[in-house]
Design a protein around this ligand. Structure first.
Ligand code: 2HG
Ligand code: ZN
Length: 462
């Protein structure tokens, strides 16, 4: 028999789709973290803003928690429903609603996959430049909820920079139109920015008006081999000084080995401990000369020991695969993930500290280092050995994360650069936010969601 709360929902919004089968509950109740057992009450799939409002009203009436759900590619447990929540999937709201050639904006429903946004922009001769490996599965609503970053932040910034307007349904069921696509709007608090990065705790993003920009002509991609961690920031400084960088990403040989185990060709005859993938716009002679000058200077200094440069789009894609394939290639080891950042200027000191700390803390585990080094963002993945119990492994890694959080605090960094706090990083929020800030965040949450129905337990406790 159908739960009376769900029957009431269907009465209020007959067009709403509900899923309650065990396979659906499992599928929609988890994200890429895989740490929690999914146990939602049901999955609601609205097709309109009014249906989202109906779900909100019903949830408020019965004090049922809602977990907003996009592509569930999150890595911090922000979209996990493990306690009888109602998952509100935006999957059916996946249409491009409008393109304005004068404003150069694209208005899309929140469930639109990032890749579809990028394609729609290209179709109009423009680009939406936020980009990362999960582009085919993640949705723009989820990108906004976490202020997603990715591989081109160094040039274009995070999702926040590209949101010109938002339509949201608050926890109280009101519809708000925030900023309405304006470039200039000095009229008090910019609530749009509160919603960006709020991890589904203030309201449900239902539509977004996104800024687009000029496409960049196909540039070149270089793969560089480095002899040590210590020279990484010198290589970055040299390339950044001479070229307009679109991306500057690093990974270790351990990461490369995992990617190659899944297919693809080794880029060099030999192996080296560290690699950088960098992309720069241009394609003209001056850019090529600048890239060669940077490369040669680094070789002379002994900061680079080998390198290749793409000669075609296909080769560029092959080189990118070596970096973009990392997360997928290690997924079967249920990695414990750290996603940390410091200011770029603090990176050399922090790198040395983190390497010493983690080397000592994890002698028995394989640790995969990679990340957006040009943004001061490191991803550290600790792989679980098959014979170690999952809970024991996580408990051990959490002890180390506490030490890492302390080191980050000393270096003025953040425990979550781009994946969000969710459930995974909640214990460490105090390492980046003061008690006063956290109290204000709680207060803001209560204003938008007075009954505490929106993604409870995520980001911060009530
Ligand atoms: C990336 O940069 C993503 O590829 C995933 O942020 C990072 O798996 C990770 O730790
Ligand atoms: Zn990343």
């Amino acid at each position: 028999m159908i739960d009376p709360r769900l029957a009431e929902l269907l009465d209020a919004a007959p067009g709403l789709r509900l899923k309650t089968g065990p396979a659906d509950l499992e599928h929609y109740g988890r994200d890429w973290t895989r740490r929690w057992t999914p146990a939602p009450l049901a999955v609601a799939l609205p097709g309109t803003v009014e249906e989202v409002q109906a779900v909100g009203r019903g949830a408020n009436r019965h004090k049922v928690a809602i977990v907003p759900s996009g592509g569930r590619t999150g890595l911090s447990g922000g979209a996990v429903a493990a306690h009888g929540e109602l998952v509100l999937s935006l999957e059916r709201m996946n249409r491009v609603l409008d393109f304005d050639p004068v404003d150069r904006t694209l208005t899309v429903q929140a469930g639109t996959p990032l890749e579809a946004v990028q394609e729609a922009a290209r179709g109009h001769g423009l680009q939406y430049p936020v980009d990362f490996a999960a582009r085919g599965s993640c949705t723009i609503g989820g990108n906004i909820a976490t202020n997603a970053g990715g591989i081109r932040v160094i040039r274009y910034g995070n999702t926040r920079e590209w949101v010109a307007g938002l339509k949201v349904v608050t926890g109280a069921g009101e519809v708000l139109e925030l900023n309405r696509g304006l470039v200039k709007n000095s009229s008090g608090y910019d609530l749009r920015h509160l919603f960006i990065g709020s991890e589904g705790t203030l309201g449900i993003v239902v539509e977004a008006t996104l800024k687009l920009t000029d496409p960049v002509p196909q540039g070149s991609v270089m793969l560089l081999a480095l002899p040590s961690f210590e020279v990484l920031m010198q290589v970055f400084a040299e390339f950044r000084a001479r070229l307009r960088l679109e991306a500057f990403e690093f990974f270790t040989d351990v990461a490369l080995r995992h990617v190659l185990a899944h297919g693809g060709q080794a880029p060099f005859a030999g192996t080296y401990p560290y690699y950088v993938v960098t992309e720069f716009a241009g394609g003209d002679e001056a850019t090529e000369a600048a890239a060669m000058a940077a490369f040669e200077h680094c070789m002379e200094q002994g900061w680079i020991v080998d390198g290749v440069i793409s000669q075609s789009g296909a080769q560029a894609a092959q080189l990118w695969r070596l970096r973009e394939g990392i997360t997928e290639s290690i997924a079967r080891y249920t990695p414990y993930k750290n996603d940390v950042s410091v200011r770029i200027s603090a990176m050399p000191a922090f790198l040395a500290r983190a390497q010493a700390l983690l080397g000592q803390a994890y002698p028995q585990y394989e640790v995969v280092w990679f990340g957006h080094i040009g943004d001061g963002n490191l991803h550290i993945n600790v792989l679980k050995p098959a014979d170690v119990d999952g809970a024991e492994f996580v408990a051990h890694c959490e002890q180390v994360t506490r030490l890492l959080a302390q080191a980050l605090q000393e270096h003025g960094g953040s425990i979550s650069a781009e994946h969000g706090i969710g459930l995974v990083k909640k214990p460490y929020l105090g390492s980046i936010r003061s008690p006063e800030e956290i109290a204000l965040m709680r207060g803001i949450r209560r204003v938008f969601d007075p009954n505490g129905i929106l993604n409870p337990g995520k980001l911060l406790d009530a």
